[in-house]
Design a protein around this ligand. Structure first.
Ligand code: MN
Length: 235
């Protein structure tokens, strides 16, 4: 069987490593070389990666917090990529900035700066080493995320994660549900029930590619891409 082709823009080595270990053939997209929608031809899944902040104007905030760094060209490209993937029900996994892009693309909003919005919140920005455990998350029962990570944490159990973000999902986009939260209430994962695979996490599972703690999340994306190839019912 051919390996499923997973499209990814702005990847670092860890994202590519995690995808390849899950059996993906990685196709790196660049806005200059791979205009949308044509670039999605032949792609069977999408990974949205970490990076700078989404421009608050994309979710209706006229004011920008001084800590917010934006890249309008990247916003344009990735918001389009996320919307195309959702329209086509392409399996989509989104990480850190990626979950923020996904939520905004689907009509949700973001908290621009957690330390100023929730001064008593947990430390969500522990930058080094990249796999440093920062806090626990609690996974929502009956979520796809819970099913994927069932061997590591049951409903209500705490799951330790790394954390390198100063923003988070505020209002979940229509059609999405919260799949994980931190003890301070910060949303750490969202998903779209009914989609072939549409999940975003606020932590960085790719930084555990060598030790495998979150390999099931990348495997879930790749498995969904394979499953989508098969006819959906008897003909
Ligand atoms: Mn966090």
């Amino acid at each position: 069987m051919n390996k499923p082709v997973i499209a990814v823009a702005w990847p670092t080595h860890d994202y590519i490593d995690a995808l390849e270990r899950a059996g993906a053939q990685v196709r790196e997209l660049t806005p200059q070389g791979d205009p949308l929608p044509a670039a999605l031809e032949g792609c069977e899944g999408v990974l949205l990666t970490g990076g700078v902040d989404v421009d608050p104007r994309e979710y209706g905030d006229a004011d920008r917090h001084p800590t917010v760094e934006v890249d309008p060209a990247r916003d344009d490209y990735e918001l389009a990529l996320a919307r195309l993937a959702m329209e086509r029900d392409l399996p989509l996994f989104a990480i850190c900035r990626g979950v923020q892009v996904l939520n905004v693309a689907a009509g949700g909003t973001l908290i621009q700066d957690l330390p100023s919005a929730h001064p008593s919140a947990l430390a969500h920005s522990i930058t080094e080493p990249k796999n440093q455990i920062a806090h626990d998350v609690h996974i929502a029962a009956h979520s796809r995320l819970a099913a994927l990570l069932a061997h590591r944490a049951g409903p209500g159990d705490a799951l330790p994660v790394n954390s390198r973000h100063h923003q988070s999902v505020k209002e979940t986009a229509p059609g999405f549900v919260v799949a994980a939260t931190a003890a301070d209430g910060v949303i750490e994962a969202i998903e779209q029930p009914g989609a072939s695979f549409c999940l975003g996490v606020q932590w960085h599972p790719e930084n555990f590619s060598k030790t495998g703690e979150f390999a099931e999340l990348f495997q879930g994306l790749v498995d969904a891409a394979v499953q989508r190839r098969e006819p959906s019912g008897p003909r």
